[in-house]
Design a protein around this ligand. Structure first.
Ligand code: PSU
Ligand code: MN
Length: 303
């Protein structure tokens, strides 16, 4: 085991015994959901997994130590403290300085894979931002998935991003993208985007089949499972379109740049929708956590 990582006893025992484990990120808690709902959500995501016999591994860097699996105090800290938003490149700096950070999809995937975890649940992936041909603003989530063997369950990407460019990048990086029960790529709060996928799978077992074949071929990229929110939980499309265009306009007008863009938009969208987008965000995240638990169980069952 990598000595730079700290695994909780719960996670270490589950991995050692070959029981299912699902990684959970901390940026969604620290920077993606408002307080105090974020703390309740972090606890709930973990309990959703434990209640089905799957071990949750919430990941964050606390006082310089990359932690794979947090205790209750660690979960409280990612929800209540003003932590840095940490991508892969920040990990050595946090470690050297004894600092703390909430890990993005990229940093969570990187640390989870180093710990031997194969399945990860998040809300939405980061991707290529609108205007990226000028700003070069493309999430390290994509370049990290190019080199990190982990299966990430997400509800696609938000339409605040350039979805077409994001899917092109995943193709360039040879990251398989499979829709769960659909060949329409979802756009986070909505079940659909304007973009289709080449492949759909119907069950967690079929995702595990893809993972096994990926390994057998010697592939070391990540795999993206695009899991649309159930229809009765999706956001109203008209309100969605209206709120997003307002939030994107504000970000541009205020000159929000770089890693501040995603948290700014997420926060404004919750405010502009009177919290409706938040309920949808929580529902899709719960749904991803449950699906990831089933995939981890199917994977563990193969020994
Ligand atoms: N998308 C969401 N919710 C989130 C994020 C993305 O719908 O909370 C977070 C994730 O942690 C993701 C990060 O890894 O934002 C991407 O940020 P950036 O675009 O700065 O790479
Ligand atoms: Mn960025």
């Amino acid at each position: 085991m990598n000595p730079a990582l700290h695994l909780s006893d719960e996670v270490a025992e589950a991995l050692f015994a070959g029981r299912p484990v699902v990684a959970l990120e901390s940026t969604i808690i620290s920077h993606g959901l408002p307080r105090p709902r974020n703390h309740a959500a972090a606890i709930e995501f973990e309990e959703l997994l434990r209640s089905t016999g799957v071990t949750p591994a919430t990941i964050a860097v606390l006082d310089g130590v990359p932690r794979i699996g947090l205790d209750a105090e660690g979960v409280r800290r990612i929800a209540e403290e003003d932590l840095a938003k940490a991508s892969v490149r920040d990990l050595p700096i946090l470690a050297a300085r004894g600092a703390s950070g909430a890990t993005t999809v990229a940093a969570t995937a990187h640390l989870a894979a180093k710990a031997g975890i194969r399945v990860f649940a998040t809300g939405g992936l980061g991707g290529v931002h609108r205007g990226a041909s000028e700003t070069f603003d493309e999430s390290a989530d994509l370049s990290t998935l190019a080199v990190t063997p982990i299966t990430v369950v997400s509800a696609g990407v938000k339409s605040v991003l350039d979805i077409a460019a994001t899917l092109e990048r995943l193709e360039t990086y040879s990251v398989p993208v499979v829709g769960l029960g659909t060949t329409v790529f979802p756009s986070f709060w909505l079940r659909e985007s304007a973009f289709t996928l080449d492949w759909a799978v119907d069950t967690a077992e079929q995702v595990a089949d893809v993972m096994a074949a990926h390994d057998a071929l010697g592939h070391t990229q990540g795999i993206v499972v695009a899991n649309p929110i159930p229809a009765d939980q999706a956001w109203d499309r008209e309100e969605h379109d209206r709120v997003l265009s307002t939030a994107i306009g504000e970000a541009e007008a205020q000159g929000i740049r770089g890693k501040a863009v995603t948290p700014f938009l997420l926060g404004r969208i919750v405010e502009l929708s009177d919290g409706r987008s938040l309920e949808v965000n929580l529902d899709l995240a719960r749904n991803n956590v449950r699906v990831a638990g089933r995939i981890a169980a199917a994977w563990a069952a193969r020994g």
